[in-house]
Structures are given as C-alpha cells and as structure tokens.
Design a binder for this molecule. Sequence first.
Ligand code: PMP
Length: 358
Amino acid sequence: MPSLRTTNGRGRLYESILDTIGDTPCVRVKIGVPADVRLYVKAEFFNPASSIKDRLAISIIEEAERDGILKPGQTVIEATSGNTGVGLAMVCAARGYPFVATMPTSVSIERRKLMRFLGAKVILTPKADKAIGCYKKAVELADANDWFLARQFESEANAKIHENTTAREILADFSGDRLDYWVTGYGTGGTFSGVAKVLRAERPETKIVLSEPANAQLIQSDLKQKRTSDGSPDGSHPAFEPHMIQGWTPDFIPAVLQESIDEKRFDLLVPIDGQDGIDASKLLAQKEGIFTGVSGGSTFSVALDIAKGAEPGTVILCMLPDTGERYLSSPLFEDVGEDMNEVELALSFSTPGFHLNE
Ligand code: PMP
C-alpha cells in the first residue's frame, strides 16, 4: 500500500501575491503518446492570475518603475486579447496603479469581467477593427491622458522576462535530461523569443517548434509586416484571417517576434487548425485532468504529432499558456450543456428520490 499523501509547505512565506509568479511545473502527459517517448507540458495556469502573461505584467511594471517612466499612482493602459489584461489588472491592483484595458469585442466575456473584478476599466473596440484597432485606441487614450502604455508588443521587458524566468526554469527542470523539442505558439512572440534565445545558446540540440493558426500563417507566408518608424505595425498583415486560437497570432507581426524570425530561432514551423486545438484541449481535460485553453490545446496537438513520429527516448516539452476556465462562453465549451443530458436524466431517474420533474 502506498503511504498516505502528505505535503510540507513551500518552506517560505510570501510578502505579495506577485512573488508567486513563475516556477510553473512541467507535467508528463501520456494520452496518445508512444510509451517510449516522454511528453511534458509546462502548466502556466499555475500562475496567480492563471496565465503565462502574469510574467510579462510584473516585468513591464517593474522595469518601468525602475526606469522612472511609471510614476506612483499613474494610470497604466494596454491593448490586450485578455490574459495580459488580467495579469496587468492583478499587478496594478497589488501595486496601487489604476489600470485601463482596450480589448476587441471578439475576446471572451469572462476576460472582461475578470479584469473589471480586479478593479480595471475595460474599453471595448469593434471586432471589425481587429487587434490593430484595439492597439490604436490604447495609444490614443494614453496620449490624451498622459497614461503609461505597457506596449507588450514592442517592450524589451517582454522577451527578457521569458529569458530570465521561463527559460531558466526549463533549463533547471531538464538539467541532466534530454530535451529534444520545445513547442510553442506566439501572440506577442515574447514566450517564443525569450525562451528560444536561451535554448539556442544553452541547449543547442533542442529543436524549437513554432506554431501558428492554419488560416493565419503570417510567418509561413514570408510577406513583410509594414511598420512605422517606431517599430509599431502599420496596418494588418496580408496573410491574416480571423482564427479560433485566442491569444495567438494578432493581425500583425509584433516587433518582439520579428527579431526572432529574422534570426531564424525556430527549426520547424507547423500550422494548426483551431478545431484540432479545441479537440486536443478536451482530450487533455478528459483523459489527463489537465485544464487549459485553446492555445494550450493547439500547442499540445502539435507536440502530440511530433511525439507520434518520434524515435524512442525522445523528450518533448510544450507550453500550456492559460486555464480553460477563461473560455466558458467560447466555442471550447459549445457542446457542454447547463441542463442534464439524456444519460444524466436516465441516471437521475434510475433511483426513486430527489429527481427534477420539470
Ligand atoms: N496563449 C494565450 C491564451 C495568450 O493569451 C497568449 C498571449 N497573448 C499566448 C498564448 C502567446 O504568448 P506570447 O504573447 O508570449 O507570444
């Protein structure tokens, strides 16, 4: 008999919720993976506001404080597809800054509500104006009010925090072990750029796999992103189509991502259909008890394909950027009902008491 499970605490006390960001676990997944291959997921939903973007949020605020460009009590503003906004809302609440998010109406309702619950103001922009419209609204509001614009798409603090935390954690957790593939998608490109830079230098044998939506293959298209003189995007990328993988691939190639594309810091570029991502997210939830969103499912689906064709002994790590709970109102939960289905009703009526009669 195995002994009863016990825990010992973390061996330290925390001064702030912000000190709990990072150090997320890499967890083995077996479903669909050949027995002689090891596939791990880096579970970023362990961050305090449940996504990888908590790392970026604390990094941008602390760098701006250090550089003196963010003044005590100054309002922070950012254009966000959701997770950055939730992360910044948490950091700003803990550090005493008012926070305003601009967000297209296309992202899920729960993200708006979460930010507002954390004390933020959310300014919605039309879906038709895409991410770039949302971005321009944030610039407009920042200029008009002298607010601090977080600039996740251009800030050096973005990739840097992944070099200094995400990548370091991967190096430490796989120290003395194989790591043949690291798989990720991109939104701002911060995760990819930061981790890939460190892996290239310190684990050059690790193949870096970058994925993008099958109907929005901006990188694969090889078409240049037009930019203004400050590096910000000047119009939508011609290969962009609206896709189902929230948080991935905005309608432009961010400056944070561009450098890593130019430096070719990836070995494989793999398209993934959003529906395959949704299916893989359900598989992870129902067969492994691992609860992640559509981008996590998409990354896992790409990793699973690699695992299926890999030679014995191969070790793969893929990123799971956020929690599935952020998608309750989205297509991820489309076929999950509120009322009892036929099977559940039959079970309910199979014993005499306590069943609903309406
Ligand atoms: N998945 C989700 C759900 C996200 O919100 C983001 C960030 N926009 C990403 C993936 C991609 O992360 P990054 O911005 O570091 O490329």
